[in-house]
Design a protein. Structure first.
Length: 654
């Protein structure tokens, strides 16, 4: 077993490393900037003091150069990448502002007599370093979920070696190893209980705080907490195969995926860069050539425009929200594979549920059977199937002590039934369509509206029927009611007969019912809903395996009850528990996330409406002027506000 945890936490470590880098540069440039402030003639003029000595201008040049080059290096390097990839953005503007101010100040020191901008440029660089340090600290906190997940796996495991128990590194475990898990310890890897009984807290996986009873044959998940008994566990999955590793993969992918609105924000940031450069050039020309102000005044305003327009907040507005929201979702047993799915979920018009195992328990029980011969033949045939009805029939046969015989030439017919050779006889079982397909005549049967009927024939002769019932989940009614309150219509897909489907639909107040639907017809029903009216957004909720095509066809595919099989490629959103109330939670989260993204975009882009004109000197006649260093602080503050607004998501209760 390899330790894969480090691959999942690099994102947060990267931001922590960046925060430390900005902190170091800020603390080194700060005393140099303070010295420049004291030596600046303009500051001395404002506060009525003067510090003069030979080569003072040279000293300012050397100090200003140190601050600009050392403090500005991270921005220059990032700008180089932006220019190389033609993805012009914030770092291009920051670098342009610093370089422009530096060249003007160096020229005024050695080439022509003019007031330099050393103190403005130095405070600008220091303000940017401080802002980025604070911002990276905040951003690094948003990525802590993966690190916390990685901590769930204990570093040591008690491996059973014959009669001995030795402690080894969890990363050394292999499939088939036996481990002892003591009360209060975390289970080191996915496995199955060989002996012992205990309660296990699986809230890290499901979000459900009630512990789950485990005994011989029960599956257990690495990272969950054993509570009150000792368990001997046989390891079945390690490394990347484990449920926790797959969850971490999904969370990591989601945190790095981009909703569609991100592309719009990225485009806006690029346009803002070119707009800022254009306005800055226009500002310089107007104040210097038209209004007759000094070159220092014109350059100062031009630099202020470039600084204030930096689209950093715009770049942070969405990623911070998506990072936090995917972590919140994971804590609630909701795994988001693609943020586009969560984005689409906020505006769905119709949500489609597969009936069996989603709205209902999915655990059929035999309520009536014609005779034991019918049940024994059906159970023999169904022993080859994994369908919920098949399991119920086999379970009832075993309960009655009936013999389950081997089957030859087994064949499953999706949506109709199955056939095979049992004890030399050709056995058919399924619905009326199945019987009609083979020309088997069946007597008029009593209609049982609330039940599912399985018809059985031997050697082309009808021999009996088996009645089964599947109860509605207790949370289904509440979930449908809440979806209606959200303005969302609910549809149900099922292969069951019309009477059974309509009974369930009536009890749950479902809007649209599709009954007797074959698996390959489900996609067509989703398409029909999508075409029902223009831009109808449809979500599909199913088990992620049988419903894969329809999950893919829907605008949002939601796999429910995935358990440990979290890597379901057909769904954008995976609900670990078999509880459709989590569908409501996912939609609620999607809407909250949408609100946060709108708030962040409004702040990130909106403040420029006033800030850029102020920096360009539009309000100068009223003696309102925004200097570069203040622009840097405002720009940094806007980025921090956006991050803090995103962090407030952590208070969300689903």
């Amino acid at each position: 077993m390899k330790d894969h945890s480090h691959t999942h936490v690099n994102h947060g470590d990267h931001h922590r490393s960046m925060a430390e880098g900005f902190r170091r540069r800020f603390l080194i440039t700060l005393p140099l900037t303070v010295t420049i402030l004291f030596l600046s003639p303009k500051i001395g003029e404002w506060f009525n003091f003067a510090i003069n000595f030979p080569y003072k201008n040279l000293a300012l040049f050397l100090l200003g150069t140190a601050v600009s080059l050392y403090g500005g290096t991270p921005f220059f390097e990032a700008a180089k990448e932006e220019i190389k990839t033609k993805n012009f953005g914030m770092m291009t503007l920051v670098s342009l502002a610093v370089i422009s101010g530096y060249l003007f100040s160096a020229s005024s020191t050695f080439l022509f007599p003019a007031e330099s901008l050393w103190w403005e440029i130095s405070t600008l660089v220091s303000a940017f370093l401080l802002g980025h340090w604070m911002e990276m600290r905040a951003v690094s906190k948003t990525g802590g979920a993966l690190k916390e997940l990685a901590k769930l796996i204990p570093s040591k495991a008690h491996k059973i070696m014959g009669k001995e128990i030795i402690d080894i590194d969890t990363s050394s475990l292999s499939k088939g190893d036996l481990v002892l898990v003591k009360p209060g310890e975390s289970i080191p890897a996915d496995g199955v209980v060989i002996s012992g009984e205990s309660l296990v807290n699986e809230s890290m996986l499901t979000g459900e705080s009630v512990p789950v009873e485990k005994r011989k044959g029960s599956s257990v998940i690495g990272g969950t907490i054993n509570q009150n008994g000792s368990l001997t566990v046989k390891i079945t999955k390690t490394g990347k195969e484990s449920a926790l590793s797959q969850i971490m993969d999904l969370v990591s992918v989601a945190q790095n995926s981009k909703p569609a609105v991100q592309a719009l924000a990225d485009k806006a940031a690029r346009y803002l860069t070119f707009t800022a450069i254009t306005i800055a050039v226009g500002t310089f020309i107007f104040w210097y050539a038209v209004s007759g102000q000094s070159a220092v005044f014109a350059v100062t305003l031009a630099i202020a425009v470039i600084v204030i327009a930096c689209p950093h907040a715009l770049g942070l507005a969405i990623p911070t929200v998506t990072t936090i929201s995917s972590a919140i979702a994971a804590k609630n047993g909701i795994l988001v594979r693609d943020m586009k799915g969560l984005e689409a979920l906020k505006k769905i018009d119709y949500i489609v549920f597969d009936k069996t195992g989603t709205l209902t328990q999915g655990e059929f029980q035999v309520s009536k059977v014609a005779n034991n011969t019918t049940l024994a033949l059906a159970a023999s045939l169904e022993s080859h199937s994994q369908h919920a009805i098949a399991k119920a029939i086999v379970k009832e046969a075993k309960k009655r002590g009936l013999r389950i015989n081997p089957v030859k030439s087994f064949k499953s017919i999706p949506g109709k039934g199955a056939e095979g050779i049992v004890s030399g006889s050709r056995v058919l079982m399924g619905n009326k369509k199945m019987m009609a397909k083979y020309g088997i005549k069946i007597p008029k049967l009593e209609e049982k509206l609330s039940q599912t009927e399985v018809l059985v024939a031997r050697d082309k002769k009808f021999i009996g029927e088996i009645s089964l019932e599947d109860s509605i989940r207790p949370e289904s009614k509440r979930a449908v009611r809440m979806l209606h309150e959200m303005g969302i219509k609910v549809a149900m897909l099922t292969g069951d007969k019309k009477e059974v489907a309509e009974k369930v639909a009536k009890e749950l107040s479902i809007d649209t019912v599709y009954s007797e639907v074959l698996p390959d017809e489900k996609v067509e029903k989703i398409k029909a809903l999508q075409k029902q009216k223009k831009n109808n957004v449809v979500a599909m909720v199913g088990d992620g395996v049988n419903d894969a095509p329809s999950l893919t066809q829907a605008h949002v595919g939601i796999a429910i009850g995935a358990g440990t099989q979290v890597a379901i490629e057909s769904a954008e959103i995976i609900l670990v528990k078999s509880n459709i109330m989590d569908v409501v939670k996912a939609i609620k989260l999607a809407r909250i996330v949408n609100t946060k993204i709108k708030q962040n975009l409004f702040w990130a882009a909106g403040y420029n409406v006033l800030a850029i004109p102020a920096a360009a000197g539009v309000f100068y006649p009223w003696e309102i002027l925004l200097r570069p260093e203040w622009g840097a602080l405002f720009m940094s503050a806007s980025s921090i506000i956006v991050v803090l607004n995103a962090l407030s998501l952590n208070k969300t209760k689903l």
